[in-house]
Design a protein around this ligand. Structure first.
Ligand code: HEM
Length: 315
């Protein structure tokens, strides 16, 4: 298989044509909410492997590589049927290098579960319904809060057009930043740059309520005929990863000892909390810069559950 061959270019990079329509039909069919039920075992397998990696290597500087491995393993195993090795997998490495040029990582029930069949049958290691609703609110907020590709993929106008008196020439590039700005519209999402999953939860019912804050799907996957065909699979895998992560692990800010020197030149040691910086590496796809935090399993029992044989998930 040649990931770099122009004949196998990502549909995102291909102009609307008979070939693009064919690829798009296949993608739509194989990534449809009903079709993705078949991928459940693979999504669970890569999520379990991710939890194990985090358990064995909780070094905060390796969290992002762990997440990249999870996204890569899920996509490659489903798209290409590959069994991805735990370490130094050649296909995973090749795909990460290939994707680097245009996007470093590709990484929402009756409301939730009806739209995402995969969620009707969640793994046994996850707790009850109210927890799952909270996990859902976190996923919605994650998709709203920060944009994976803030400039979006530029679109090329195939024919001349006009908008409110402006002539748009055929061949011009258009960027869809406005749609993404909608995810930060403070009339819809007050205090938009604060990560607040509760904005989606109705305090009276405890359920996700899009009357309180609009479903970010109206903008985060793009629009029209180029809308992301992988959105159902992406949502289901992100949901499972986040739900598993918060049910199995505690995360805390790091505390560091710092040497403080007073006016009388007498020094002493103080413990300070290291705040998260929310700094990003810019590019077509943005990635958080490495950050410090402590990630620990919630209990010995939960750590044991992560290590249990996968066969239990299919029971
Ligand atoms: C958090 C995860 C993801 C986000 C936020 C996302 C978002 C997007 C966006 C904004 C576009 C561009 C739409 C446009 O040009 O108007 C796109 C295109 C695309 N996405 Fe995703 N995506 C994600 C995951 C995935 C996954 C997992 C797959 C495949 C399994 C996938 C496959 C595609 C394809 C094939 C296109 C190109 C569609 C076309 O141009 O016809 N995406 N995605």
């Amino acid at each position: 298989m040649d990931f770099m061959n122009v004949d196998t270019l990502h549909p995102m990079l291909v102009q609307v044509s008979a070939g693009w329509r064919k690829t798009r039909r296949v993608a739509h069919h194989s990534l449809h909410p009903v079709s993705i039920k078949e991928y459940r075992p693979q999504i669970i397998k890569s999520t379990r492997a991710f939890l194990k990696r985090l358990l064995n290597d909780p070094d905060p500087f390796n969290i992002i590589p762990h997440i990249r491995h999870l996204a890569g393993e899920t996509i490659l195993s489903i798209d290409y049927g590959l069994q991805i090795q735990e370490e130094n997998d050649p296909y995973l490495e090749m795909s990460l290098v290939g994707l680097q040029t245009f996007a470093d990582a590709a990484v929402p029930g009756a409301f939730l579960v009806d739209s995402f069949p995969l969620l009707k049958d969640v793994p046994a290691w996850l707790p009850g319904a109210s927890f799952k609703r909270k996990a859902s609110a976190i996923v919605y907020e994650t998709l709203r809060w920060r944009d994976v590709a803030p400039t979006g993929v530029p679109h090329l106008l195939s024919t001349e057009d006009e908008y409110e008196g402006y002539r748009l020439r055929a061949g011009a590039s258009s960027f869809q930043t406005l749609g993404r700005a909608m995810l930060h519209d403070e009339t819809m999402y007050p205090d938009p740059f604060t990560f607040n999953p509760d904005r989606f939860i109705n305090p009276d019912t405890g359920q996700v309520d899009f009357m309180r804050a609009r479903d970010p799907s109206h903008a985060c996957w793009g629009y029209g005929r180029r809308i992301c065909p992988g959105r159902h699979m992406a949502f289901s895998s992100i949901w499972l990863a986040i739900a598993s992560l918060i049910s199995m692990f505690n995360s805390e800010k790091v505390k560091e000892k710092v040497r403080v020197v007073g006016e009388d030149v007498i020094g002493w040691e103080e413990e300070r909390t290291v705040e998260l910086t929310h700094e990003y590496v810019s590019g077509l796809a943005v990635m958080p810069k490495p950050f410090k935090c402590v990630i620990k399993p919630r209990s010995k029992e939960k750590a044991g559950l992560i290590c249990e044989p996968l066969i239990q998930d299919h029971d």
